[in-house]
Design a protein around this ligand. Structure first.
Ligand code: PXP
Length: 239
C-alpha cells in the first residue's frame, strides 16, 4: 500500500502567524525523501492553510504524484485546469467545518460532478472522488467517470468499541472490493493514525492512503528534542 502525505497542517502552523515558515513545500520534499509516493494538499476556498503559491510550487517540485484535493467549484476547476496536478480528489467543502466532514454525496449533484470529472480528465488529470464507504456511491463514482474512489475512513477512525470499529472496517473493505470489481482503483483516507492504520493496511484492495494530521502531529513531537537542542547550542555559543 502506498502513502500520500497531506501537508496541509504544515501550512496551518505557518498561517497561525501569517509568516513564511514552516513551508509545506519543504515538508513535502522530506516526505517524499522518506518514501511517500506523493503529496496531497487541499486548496480551500478560504485558503485557511494551503495557498495558491503552495499549489503552484508543489506542482513543479513534487517528484511523485501531486494530488490536489478540492471542491468541484468553478474557481477550483479553473485552478486545476491551469496547474494540471497529476490527480484531483473531489471533496465536499463546508464553510465552517474544521475538516472534511464526510464523503461527497454524488447523487445529490451528479450532473455537476460528472461535468467536473470530464473537464479534469480532458486535461489528462486522474480523478478521484472522496466518498463514504458505500457501494451505491462507488457505483455513482463509476457512472460519472472517476478513475479512483477515496474511501472515507473517518468514521472507522472515530469508533472506539471493538464491534463498531469492526463494522466500519468491514464497510471500507466491502466498498474497496466493489470498487475493484467495477474497475475503479480504491484509496482510503481521513483520520488514519499510527494506532488504527494496520487493519486498513491489510485491505489489499486499497492501493493507497492519504494521511495528514497524524503524521504532522507526530513530526512536531519527534522534532521538538532536536529543535530545542539546536536553539540552546546557538545560545551557548553566543553566551
Ligand atoms: N482525505 C481527504 C479527502 C481529506 O479531506 C483529508 C483531510 O484533509 C485527508 C484524506 C487526510 O486526513 P487526516 O488529516 O485526518 O489524515
Amino acid at each position: 500500500m502506498r502513502l500520500s502525505v497531506n501537508v496541509d497542517h504544515v501550512a496551518t502552523i505557518r498561517q497561525a502567524r501569517m509568516t513564511d515558515e514552516p513551508d509545506p513545500v519543504w515538508a513535502a520534499s522530506q516526505a517524499e525523501l522518506a518514501g511517500a509516493c506523493g503529496i496531497t494538499v487541499h486548496l480551500r476556498r478560504d485558503r485557511r492553510h494551503i495557498g495558491d503559491r503552495d499549489v503552484e510550487i508543489l506542482r513543479k517540485t513534487v517528484a511523485g504524484v501531486f494530488n490536489l484535493e478540492m471542491k468541484a467549484s468553478e474557481e477550483m476547476l479553473g485552478i486545476a485546469e491551469r496547474i494540471v496536478p497529476d490527480m484531483c480528489t473531489l471533496v465536499p467543502e463546508g464553510e465552517d467545518e474544521l475538516t472534511t466532514q464526510g464523503g461527497l454525496d454524488i447523487m445529490a449533484e451528479e450532473a455537476e460532478v460528472k461535468a467536473a470529472v470530464a473537464r479534469l480528465k480532458k486535461k489528462g488529470i486522474v480523478v478521484s472522488i472522496f466518498i463514504d464507504p458505500d457501494v451505491v456511491q462507488v457505483g455513482r463514482a463509476k457512472a460519472v467517470g472517476a478513475d479512483i474512489v477515496e474511501l472515507h475512513t473517518g468514521i472507522y477512525a472515530d469508533e472506539r468499541a471493538p464491534e463498531t470499529i469492526q463494522r466500519e472496517l468491514e464497510k471500507v473493505r466491502v466498498a474497496a472490493i466493489a470498487a475493484n470489481e467495477m474497475g475503479l482503483v480504491a484509496h482510503g483516507g481521513h483520520g488514519l493514525t499510527y494506532r488504527n492504520i494496520e487493519p486498513i493496511a491489510r485491505i489489499h484492495e486499497i492501493e493507497e492512503v492519504s494521511i495528514g494530521h497524524s503524521i504532522i502531529a507526530r513530526a512536531v513531537l519527534v522534532g521538538v528534542d532536536l529543535a530545542v537542542r539546536e536553539m540552546i547550542a546557538l545560545m551557548d555559543v553566543a553566551g
